[in-house]
Every structure is written in C-alpha cells, then in structure tokens.
Design a protein around this ligand. Structure first.
Ligand code: 9Z3
Length: 353
C-alpha cells in the first residue's frame, strides 16, 4: 500500500480505493444505452459536470468541495442533443441538469411560473375517477408559456428518442471509478465517441486507509490534514481506456488570466488528447480559449517539443457579448467541437481506405 504522502498512479489508485456500491448497476445501464446508440449509428458524447467532493471521514460529516454549479455541462449537453448526439450526462448529484436547469430552484423557481385559477377549490377532489381535477385548475403564467413550451418540447422529444442517459457521482472516488468504466464502455464506438470533461475534479483526496472512521473531534484545537494527490487519469484515459480513438476535450480552469494559455498547453502536451478549453473563472460565461494541435499529426507521432520558437499549438478564442443574455457561449463551443469531431471521424475513415 502507498506510504504517506504518496503519489498514486491510476493503477495503484484503483487497486487500493474501493469502487462505489452502484457501479455495476450504473455500467449495465450505460452498456445498454451505448448498444442502442451504436445500432442507430449515432455519435455519443460523455459530458461530465459539476464538482467532486472529498470526504474527510468514513461516516462523513465534513467534506471538501470543488467549485461548479454544473451550468457548463448541463447547457452543453442540451446543445449536443440538439446537434443529434446521444449524451451520457455524468453529473454531481443535485447539480444542474439539461432542460430542468432553466427552472432551477434558486434563479428561476418553477412554482413562480404557475398560477391557480380564480375560484379553484383548494380541497383535493374526493372523486377517485378524476384524480386530475385539482391540476386542471393550475395554469402557466401567460408570459412564461412560450419559453416553457420550447424547453418542454425539446425535453419530451429527447425522452421519446431515448438519447439522454444520466449518471450521478458525489465524491472524487465515485467520479474516477465511473469515468473509467463509462470510457471503457464508450470505446466500442471508436471515433464516434466524444468525451467532454467539464466537471471540476478535486486535485487532492484522502485515501480510505487514512480516513478517520468517525466524525473528527474539535477538542484538539487546529486541524492538520495531509492529502494525497489524485492520480492524473487523463493519461490512461487517452492511451488505454478509450483505445486512442475517442475525441477527448478537457477543461482547464484558472483564476490568473496569465496562466490560462500556458497551463492549457501543458495539459495538451502532457496528455496528448485533442482539445483543452481554457476558461478564466470570472470570464468563463463569455470567453474561452481552444488549445489544440497545430497540424493534423496525431499527438502520438509527435516527439518532444524541441523548437520552442515554432509553437505547435493552435490557440483560438471564442467570445460572445457579455451583455447579451439570450446567448449562451456553450452553443458556440459545441458547434465548434461538432465540426472538429466530424473531421476527426472522416480523417480516420479516409486513412483506412
Ligand atoms: C471547468 O473548467 C468548467 O468550465 C467550470 C464550469 C467548472 C468552470 P459551472 O459548472 O463551471 O458552469 O459553474 N471544468 C474543469 C475544471 C477542472 O477541474 N479542471 C482541471 C484543472 O483545471 C483539469 S481536468 O486542473
């Protein structure tokens, strides 16, 4: 077992940290979903969304959390669905979800959209043959109907088509186990699979073997915790779990604008995937930067970057008007990725001819 403090490789992580209890059940659902989408010939995108937690005790009372409301993931999932993709939406429990995000409890509570018609009897009907008699006297506020109808129509169509599959995680351990298993299932789709990693993932965690069983007591004054680093799972994800075929997009979050591009480039160089989208915490809703490989060479055929005067990364910014509240930047992010994914798929087809 790794000693403290330790650097876990992905393999040592999975051989020492236990899987979440619902994993097998979750994966059989994913397997079935992927089988159906493959039959229909659809592209499938895995969208991860929301922040992971790090529990400090086995009987968890306290935990560390990562910043993310789930807006990026939930919004992007809707645009992928609109573009004809099937979506596996893997999100932090209770974070925003596609469609219902428009009526989130804090910014747009759905009860504020409903009205009780004048004269409605507030007692539920005793007529068992007409269980809907109360609800028939509830209506949607007239000026909210158009927007609600639009969201509801898209939501119902997605349900009828069976193109959205939802999974939840809470801890970083749930997330890592699920991510590995879902990626392995999706890899059967080869290049038709995209991985869109928008979840905000903890960098540090407490291995199970170091966690206190019961609530940490406060009597001893200050609290010192030494955490281990979460393994860098993008490397095995690119090289092993997805069989080098998946189109992998990761996000890089920074708060210092000067670090955004260099850190995104380091990430692309280190993991050799297709795109890193850099976003600054305070500007993320109206500008992001795409960092990708400059030429068409697959990352695996590139040697170390010896010529620093000739950068091999392409940098392209996507910006929208911060004052236009009808526009969501995820619409443009997804449109750009759909375009690039198409090229990734046709590139592979062309090279096998
Ligand atoms: C992101 O950067 C997401 O875009 C946000 C979205 C978390 C900023 P919201 O859900 O926020 O719309 O409120 N996600 C990736 C964050 C992350 O953990 N990235 C790692 C890093 O920066 C690399 S995988 O080191």
């Amino acid at each position: 077992m790794p000693q403290s403090p330790s650097l876990f490789s992905a393999d040592s992580y999975f051989s020492t940290q236990p899987p979440p209890s619902g994993l097998e059940h979750d994966i059989s659902g994913v397997k079935e979903f992927v089988r159906r989408q493959k039959e229909k010939g659809r592209n499938v995108v895995l969208v991860t969304s929301g922040g992971t937690t790090v529990p400090l005790e086995l009987n968890v009372v306290r935990f560390l959390d990562n910043f993310s409301a789930g807006t990026r993931g939930a919004t992007s999932a809707e645009y992928f669905l609109k573009a004809g993709y099937a979506v596996i939406f893997m999100h932090r429990q209770f974070s925003l979800q596609p469609f219902s995000r428009h009526y989130s409890h804090s910014t747009n509570p759905f009860l504020d959209f409903l009205e009780i018609e004048p004269g409605t009897n507030m007692q539920p009907s005793s007529d068992v043959s007409d269980p809907g008699s109360m609800s028939s006297q509830i209506c949607v506020t007239p000026n909210k109907r158009k927007d609600l109808l639009e969201v509801l129509t898209a939501y119902k169509a997605v349900h009828a088509a069976g193109t959205l599959h939802t999974l939840t995680f809470v801890t970083v351990n749930d997330y890592l186990w699920l991510l590995r298993a879902v990626s392995q299932e999706l890899s059967v789709l080869k290049r038709k699979a995209m991985y869109y990693l928008a979840a905000a993932v903890s960098d540090f965690f407490l291995p199970r073997q170091k966690m206190s069983e019961h609530k940490i007591q406060s009597g001893k004054g200050s609290l010192h915790i030494e955490m281990d680093q979460v393994p860098k799972i993008l490397k095995p994800m690119v090289d092993d779990w997805t069989g080098k075929d998946g189109f992998i997009v990761s996000f890089k979050l920074e708060t210092d604008p000067a670090l955004l591009v260099p850190k995104a480039q380091i990430s692309l160089e280190r993991y050799g995937h297709q795109v890193v989208i850099g976003n600054d915490l305070n500007r993320r809703k109206y500008e992001v930067v795409f960092i990708s490989w400059k030429d068409a060479l697959p990352p695996s055929s590139k040697g170390p970057n010896s010529d620093l005067s000739n950068p091999r990364y392409a940098e392209s910014w996507l910006k929208i008007d911060p004052h236009d509240h009808n526009k969501e930047i995820e619409e443009d992010i997804v449109a750009e990725l759909v375009k690039r994914h198409k090229i990734w798929i046709t590139g592979a087809e062309a090279s096998t001819k």
